[in-house]
Ligand binder design. Structure first.
Ligand code: P6P
Length: 336
């Protein structure tokens, strides 16, 4: 039996579940094709002359890697002519990118982190592309799209997904009817459905956090991690394992595959008060995916998908993964 491709899956979602419109189907196929091009560039490594940094910084004040800029350009060029978008926003661009007037405009907004985990590019560790799809508010039909039109809570997302460029290139996607994954068949150049119903185990004994930040954490996080490290001898009564890849896409993919809790909490540094990860194109799409897979995602206290954004590049604390463990961390904060 031949396996389903991304197109067949999307046609079925459109026909049977009315979960996607023709425009969203075209949008996702276009993004998926762009991710194949990014994967191709990434996999060339030193042979493609794409490693290393540029002399430029992005809006986050981070030195841009050549592949950050290349990946951003691939996504912009792939998505601007199709007529399905009103505008795009990216971690690598200060302001929104409106669809040029020479192309028709659509009713969707696309946000992305074109290459997340880019500090891992030069050391050959898995990295990825994260994307989120929103409706362009209906009243933008009479006017230009503005940055404010993007500032919608994550619960408004139409679709979200990520590509992880690792030993296999995989695409993980939700259109609100659960989570599916596709593996890139490099010979055929097609995304092949390899998991039709991803579910995160509700319990876990594996946490992911950058321990070098420990002295900056808020008290509830310190208490929780101390209790994890105490293992069987402590109040949690079980031993924990730890993983930290420092590539959100790879850490989240592990959690979708075998459970776990991922934490990049806000902390007490001035630079960490709001957290490190970005709400609109990292936390929101990953939270939508995790919830659709039966997990949970909070900023420490409240559900990330309920947060009303106030700025395009705002940051947020992130605690996501196995539902029972996220609830445990929420209780540590409630007792603070
Ligand atoms: P740290 C990558 O730069 C990233 O945005 C996420 O992908 C990752 O989870 C986090 O930052 C890693 O941060 O401070 O551990 O290097």
């Amino acid at each position: 039996m031949t396996r389903k491709t991304l197109t067949q899956y999307l046609v079925e979602q459109q026909r049977q579940k009315k979960a996607v419109s023709a425009e969203v189907r075209l949008l996702i196929e276009t993004v998926a094709r762009a991710c194949k091009a990014i994967n191709h560039a990434v996999s060339k490594g030193a042979l493609g002359g794409v490693l290393g940094s540029l002399e430029t910084e992005n809006v986050q004040g981070e030195v841009q890697k050549k592949l950050d800029v290349l990946s951003n350009e691939i996504l912009l060029e792939a998505n601007e002519w199709g007529g399905h978008l009103a505008a795009m926003a990216s971690e690598e661009m200060e302001t929104i990118h409106r669809i040029p007037n020479r192309y028709p405009k659509g009713e969707y907004l696309l946000l992305f982190d074109p290459l997340d985990g880019s500090s891992n590019i030069d050391v050959n560790v898995s990295i990825g592309t994260i994307f989120s799809v929103l409706h362009a508010p209906h009243h933008t039909s009479g006017r230009e799209v503005e940055e404010e039109d993007f500032l919608q809570p994550g619960s408004q997302q139409v679709a979200a997904g990520y590509a992880v460029y690792g030993p296999q290139a995989m695409l993980v996607l939700t259109v609100g009817t659960g989570v599916v994954s596709f593996t890139l068949d490099r010979e055929m150049g097609s995304w092949v459905l390899t998991n039709e119903d991803i579910k995160i185990p509700e319990q876990t004994s594996e946490f992911a956090i950058n321990m070098s930040n420990m002295r900056h954490w808020e008290a509830p996080v310190k208490r929780y991690i101390d209790d994890c490290l105490a293992g069987k001898t402590g109040s949690l009564g079980k031993d924990y394992n730890m993983r930290w890849i420092a590539s959100m896409v790879a850490d989240v993919h592990r959690i979708l595959t075998r459970g776990g809790i991922f934490m990049y909490p806000r902390d007490e540094r001035p630079s960490g008060k709001a957290g490190k990860l970005r709400l609109m194109y990292e936390a929101n799409p990953m939270s939508f995916i995790v919830e659709q897979a039966g997990g949970a995602a909070i900023d420490g206290n409240e559900r990330i998908l309920d947060v009303q954004p106030t700025a395009l590049h705002q940051r947020i604390g992130v605690v996501l993964g196995s539902k029972e463990e996220v609830e445990r961390v929420r209780n540590y904060h409630a007792q603070a």
